[in-house]
Design a protein around this ligand. Structure first.
Ligand code: DOR
Length: 435
């Protein structure tokens, strides 16, 4: 049994309560002002710290199998543990692509062997693999790249998208960018090597076109739809007017906190898909998040090596890492008054568990899984390259002075990270997803 003493506990009613939490067999069993430590094997004195449900990151690219020079499930899950991310949902653009049951099984097996936190995997849609999409299990959902494709992972035209929306019930998560428009604009701007052109090539209209098409098909079939990494104000305003109850959307910390000004400072490190937008978009996305138009936060952790990022636009890969900075980034925003700590926790845990129907996660209450993070909301520390766990070894937020850093991270009742030290014996579990 594990006892967490005297932390400031975020309860499901969004109120804080100072007290003890008792954990047994991986579950939270009791919360009270004071709990006896008889039979307890481990006690954590958490005085002055805040206890939150572990973050669930619903969009990451962990590169294994096939691209392990960028990241692997062990290094990525260490980064998760350090960042207070106790569960993740991983994308299918690995090598081989996760488009079959066999590829999904392989990932699950690898994760069982080396992941320090809990895991779930998407199955990727191609124009040909509808039978696989219908039967693959267990999976958090079907991922469709409508644009910014990875080889055969591209389903961009309505005639190919429609059967995927028409058949089956599983959640469909879309990377909403209009591939035809991107291809046309790539030709138009082909001579330009300034990475800032990336946001012009894959422009706001490209994002809006695809979001509109996905929404149209979701409405036609009443099919559960999740819009990944919403990047533009025009999409948010569109959803504000027309968002059925079965549709959810997410935003990344980088689309909230970075914008096109980042290209001048970071060059191709700021290159991602969908691209960073103008500062005005940051504000509209924030408002949509606060108003509930956007449901949760994902990092789109997409590591590439510094060498790959140095190749020069347009030969550089898109993407940036994020799992070990997302929680402190958002908690810093809360401490600076932009939102509340309870909202951050909901966007990064409770709402994700609800959206993906992951049972017993996302709240601190008896019967829930003991996936927890103790954070220090009172100490500011900068993001330092030398402290990063991600194999790619850089962060777009280096130098940012943040609070809310995880002090202790607990997965399934086991301490996996404690003040800079890892327990590398801990293994996460495969997540389950209710129908
Ligand atoms: O910038 C991105 N990079 N966006 C994605 O959706 C994919 C990702 C990657 O895998 O590198």
């Amino acid at each position: 049994m594990l006892l967490i003493r005297q932390s400031r506990i975020l309860l499901p009613d969004r109120e804080f309560f100072i007290g003890d939490v008792l954990i047994e067999a991986g579950k939270i069993v009791r919360i009270a002002s004071e709990i006896s430590d008889a039979d307890v094997s481990t006690i954590i004195d958490a005085t002055g710290l805040t206890l939150l449900p572990g973050a669930i990151d619903p969009q990451v690219h962990f590169r294994e199998p096939g691209l392990e020079h960028k990241e692997d499930l062990y290094t990525a899950s260490r980064a998760c543990a350090k960042g207070g991310v106790t569960s993740f949902l991983e994308m299918p653009n690995t090598r081989p692509l996760t488009t079959t049951q066999a590829a999904l099984d392989d990932k699950l097996q690898r994760a069982a062997q080396k992941c320090l936190v809990n895991y779930g995997f998407f199955i990727g849609a191609t124009p040909e693999n509808l039978p696989d999409l219908l039967t693959a299990t267990p999976t958090c959902g079907t991922k469709i790249f409508m644009g910014s494709m990875h080889g055969p992972l591209l389903v961009s035209v309505e005639e190919q998208l429609e059967p995927i929306f028409a058949k089956g019930k599983r959640l469909i998560a879309v990377h909403a960018e209009d591939q035809q428009r991107i291809s046309d604009r790539k030709k138009q701007f082909a001579s330009i090597t300034d990475p800032a052109i990336h946001s012009q090539i894959q422009d706001e209209q490209a994002a809006l076109n695809a979001t509109k098409l996905a929404l149209k098909l979701s409405k036609k079939y009443r099919r559960r739809l999740h819009i990944l990494h919403l990047s533009t104000g025009i999409e948010a305003e569109f959803l504000r007017e027309d968002k059925p109850s079965w549709v959810t959307a997410e935003v990344t910390p980088q689309h909230l906190l970075l914008n096109t000004e980042a290209y001048a400072k970071m060059g191709t490190l700021a290159q991602m898909n969908p691209p960073l937008r103008s500062p005005e978009n940051n504000d509209i996305l924030w408002k949509a998040l606060l108003d509930g138009v956007i449901d949760f936060i994902a990092t789109d952790h997409a590591p590439h090596t510094l060498e790959e990022k140095a190749q020069g636009y347009p030969n550089t890969p898109s993407g940036m890492p994020g799992v070990e900075t997302s929680l402190p980034l958002m908690l810093t925003q809360a401490m600076q008054g932009r939102c509340s700590v309870a909202q951050v926790s909901n966007w990064m845990s409770g709402a994700v568990a609800k959206g993906y129907k992951i049972p017993n996660k996302g709240a601190i209450a008896p019967g829930y899984d003991a996936d927890l993070v103790l954070v220090d909301l009172d100490a500011y520390r900068p993001v330092l390259r030398e402290e990063l766990q991600t194999k790619c070894g850089w962060s777009p937020f280096e130098g940012w002075n943040l609070t809310g850093w995880p002090v202790v991270t607990i997965v399934g009742g086991q301490v996996v990270y404690d003040r800079g030290k890892f327990n590398t014996e801990v293994r996460g579990k495969a997540l389950s997803f209710e129908e």
